[in-house]
Design a protein. Structure first.
Length: 210
């Protein structure tokens, strides 16, 4: 059946299709700020065991991507370019102790079926399997676009955490066990949210320090 979903570790030959999926999922972000085919190919070569793609038949409809990084959790201010720059390298550091979630993208036609939750569960399992400290990420806050003239991004995030406002991305991440530690200025260019993002963390409870 064409619609049957199955999940696989990323492979380099899917890079072009995944670039198209990425663009469908982040329509308000300029394409040169998003993963392109070359970067996706490198990611698949460097860290396939940490990157998943969900297919409906032969069509990729979702992906959960990330790399291992060294990161000072107490000084978390950073932008996407600080970590990954304008380069086609994957940014994966096999000795890094954190899983940096670079991207979770579910095709708009396949949302609200639990695919995003499943991708987060798989990432958490990667952290357990590789004994990583946890997942960190800069998270887009699409709902801030409607509130940016009334409040700061920090206030917006506080209200989403308190359950007073709903954000299509951040509320979902909180539901999946993430903590919002603060906001990131100029994280990734997005005119609709003035480029604000949240900084989110899922600490791996099973992590054992070496
Ligand atoms: C954020 C995103 C990844 C969520 O993916 P998803 O597959 O829709 O996620 P899920 O289906 O697991 O959960 C989404 C919501 O649907 C609900 N849901 C899950 N299964 C459901 C079902 N069968 N029926 C109805 N609702 C359902 C969940 O409870 C959840 O609700 P919440 O938002 O109140 O937490 C997706 O919306 C997306 O790709 N957005 C654009 C890109 C993006 O912002 N990515 C995050 C990177 S920073």
């Amino acid at each position: 059946m064409a619609d049957e979903l199955h999940t696989r570790l990323i492979e380099p030959e899917w890079a072009e299709q995944l670039e198209a999926l990425e663009r469908r999922c982040f329509p308000s972000i300029p394409p040169d700020e998003l993963y392109n085919a070359a970067m996706l190919r490198n990611l698949a070569i460097d860290f396939p065991e940490g990157n998943y793609v969900v297919f409906a038949g032969d069509e990729p409809v979702a992906m959960g991507l990330g790399v291992r990084v060294d990161f000072d959790i107490d000084n978390y201010q950073h932008t996407w370019d600080d970590l990954f720059g304008k380069t086609e390298e994957s940014g994966d550091n096999p000795a890094g102790e954190w899983y940096y979630g670079t991207d979770i993208s579910v095709d708009p036609a396949y949302r609200r079926r639990g695919i995003g939750r499943d991708l987060y569960e798989r990432r958490k399992q990667v952290c357990r399997d590789l004994n990583l400290r946890g997942i960190i990420a800069g998270g887009v806050i699409p709902g801030y676009a409607e509130h940016k003239h009334e409040m700061s991004a920090a206030t917006y995030v506080e209200k989403v955490v308190a359950g007073e406002l709903y954000d299509g991305t951040l509320s979902f991440q909180l539901e999946n066990g993430f903590e919002a530690r603060g906001v990131l200025a100029g994280y990734l260019e997005d005119p609709t949210t003035d480029s604000w993002a949240s900084f989110i963390v899922w600490p791996n409870p099973d992590f054992v320090a070496h």
